[in-house]
Write a protein that binds this ligand. Structure first.
Ligand code: G3P
Length: 219
């Protein structure tokens, strides 16, 4: 399973890239809007930090032909740029066209099994079901992941299942159990997942016990 960071913050990516855990990045207009008025430069910097790893960048146009043109312009930012397109009916035909033309496409704002099936049929490289936003409506969002996984496997689609909008550890556990291909995590969740109180306490105890040997040379 791949792990992407869900952020446009250069400092966050720098902090995590050396761990060897980060397989890619997903950004969105909300993330980029917090990082100043040079979003193209931010994308270039992210690409330098993670060369050859997929970086999802979302279209911001609305009219379908404008979305299509902007998608191509975004794709030209680099060979591993993936263009994120919202899962709206008016964009279906351009999603198919972009895929045929070799643009890497991540369909975002996916909420249902049917939307997922349609995007697989169009050949999308990634689909991003948003789990936390279902939870916001008091619906257990993680259940959709199991159904999408079964659908992709049943029909042998090549689309990668990218679990997005994960907010806490239960979402991450569900995504792993549902055998998703990728999770995209906010840094706060990756921080939580990579630390454990009992690991720290155990390490401290081993250190204290070892210090009782007072100066033993080992090995
Ligand atoms: O990758 C999508 C993610 O950024 C959305 O997360 O927490 O805004 O629903 P959230």
């Amino acid at each position: 399973m791949k792990i992407f960071l869900d952020t446009a913050r250069i400092d966050e990516v720098k902090q995590w890239v050396d761990t060897g855990l980060v397989d890619g990045i997903t950004t969105n207009p909300s993330h980029l809007s917090t990082q100043g008025d040079q979003p193209t430069q931010i994308i270039a910097q992210l690409s330098q930090l993670l060369p050859n790893k997929p970086i999802s960048v979302q279209v911001t146009e609305h009219e379908p032909e404008a979305v299509y043109k902007q998608a191509h312009a975004i794709a030209r930012l680099g060979p591993s740029i993936v263009v994120k397109i919202p899962c709206k009916r008016e964009y279906y035909s351009i999603i198919g066209r972009l895929v045929e033309e070799g643009v890497l496409v991540n369909v975002t704002l996916v909420f249902t099994l049917e939307q997922s099936l349609f995007m697989c049929k169009l050949g999308a490289h990634y689909i991003s079901p948003f789990i936390g936003r279902w939870d916001d409506l008091d619906v257990d969002g993680s259940q959709i992941l199991y159904r999408i996984r079964a659908m992709i496997d049943t029909y042998h689609y090549n689309t990668q299942l990218l679990a997005a909008s994960l907010r806490h550890m239960r979402h991450l556990h569900a995504a792993i159990a549902a055998r998703v291909d990728i999770v995209t995590l906010p840094v706060t969740l990756l921080e939580q997942a990579t630390g454990h109180l009992l690991t720290d306490a155990g390490d401290k105890k081993f250190t204290q016990d070892w210090q009782k040997l007072s100066g033993a040379i080992f090995p």
